[in-house]
Design a protein around this ligand. Structure first.
Ligand code: ZN
Length: 334
């Protein structure tokens, strides 16, 4: 294959698709979380039921949503076989990441906290190019499944990155440079965005392939402006979490109304609903349909245009989550 002419694509668990087939996209979700260390610590995180997931997604699919970005990286409850099954049964296109989460989601001394950046990066590259480990990094050996990772997910801490987080970010940058895979990061309460993006940029990553998550948990417009000036994309997912009487007082809405005019190509939306208590199918609320139903009508109420809504849900995810294999000639990804 000629690398020079390879067109940009989005890598889902069931295959690669052209960016214009992404459609309406939820940019940061948790569709399956299997039992393990993290769910023992907090049973509300357990989202292991394929049938419930299919039912929850079908309702959202019927509203017109076509793609979801799962954001559970290696060895903390990810299950790509279940995600592929959910995708086939619901019709929803699903991206699944490689990468490493915060150390609090792993047992003390877990291998992910001990590997150097070179070895971690090799694991990431292998899940992107060969297939996600069918044993989810839990051993006893690695076995590439037939489902490949569509992004690299790494996580930073509150207000700063610790040494181990810096290692995982550098490994992500290395794997991005080799594969062209997009990078999605976790920010803790929206903080330390500058340190995250500077570290990635210093290690060769073009920031238009980077999405920082949860920034709306820090609802400071000036801070968001500074971060957006770098060219990075931001994902907001707290719309349903704020308790406010008036929609216009919702901090996520205030950020959108303040920033969309100047940065229409760099913002996207998700729910990050990683709890049973947020899912209708597990008896919780508001349910995954909230974002593309209630929130869209609330955005329209406050005067956000349909063009901006289309950027948030369709154009921007299709841009940010594409692979750009032609590193020397990156004009296809402008
Ligand atoms: Zn998340």
């Amino acid at each position: 294959m000629n690398q020079q002419t390879q067109a940009p694509f989005i890598r889902t668990v069931t295959g690669d698709i052209p960016p214009d087939q992404v459609g309406v996209c939820y940019a940061h979700e948790h569709l399956i979380i299997d039992a393990g260390f993290a769910t023992h610590a907090n049973p509300d995180f357990l989202l292991d039921d394929v049938a419930k997931c299919v039912a929850e997604l079908q309702e959202v699919f019927d509203l017109g949503v076509r793609t979801m970005v799962d954001s559970m990286p290696m060895a903390c409850g990810r299950n790509v076989l279940k995600l592929a099954d959910v995708s086939k049964r619901s019709g929803m296109q699903i991206l699944c990441p490689t990468g490493i989460h915060l150390s609090k989601y792993y047992p003390p001394g877990h291998w992910s906290t001990r590997l150097d950046e070179e070895t971690l990066s090799q694991h990431f590259v292998s899940e992107i190019t060969d297939g996600i480990d069918a044993n989810d990094g839990n051993g006893p050996h690695w076995q590439a499944s037939s489902h490949r990772a569509g992004l690299i997910k790494v996580a930073g801490g509150l207000d700063r990155l610790d040494d181990q987080q810096r290692v995982t970010f550098k490994a992500a940058a290395q794997a991005h440079v080799i594969t062209g895979a997009p990078i999605l990061t976790h920010t803790e309460q929206g903080t330390a965005a500058m340190e995250q993006l500077e570290l990635l940029r210093d290690h060769g990553v073009d920031l238009k392939h980077v999405v920082l998550s949860h920034l709306d948990r820090k609802s400071d417009v000036a801070y968001h402006r500074d971060v957006l000036q770098s060219g990075v994309c931001l994902e907001y997912d707290s719309a349903f979490r704020w308790k406010v009487d008036q929609v216009a007082d919702n901090p996520t809405m205030q950020l959108l109304t303040a920033l969309l005019a100047d940065f229409p190509d760099q913002l996207m939306l998700g729910m990050d609903a990683a709890r049973r208590s947020y899912w209708k199918q597990y008896g919780g609320k508001p349910g995954l349909h909230f974002l593309y139903q209630t929130w869209v009508s609330q955005m329209q109420q406050v005067g956000i245009s349909d063009q901006h809504i289309q950027r948030l849900f369709i154009d921007n995810p299709a841009q940010a989550y594409r692979f750009c294999p032609n590193k020397e000639d990156d004009t296809s990804c402008q």
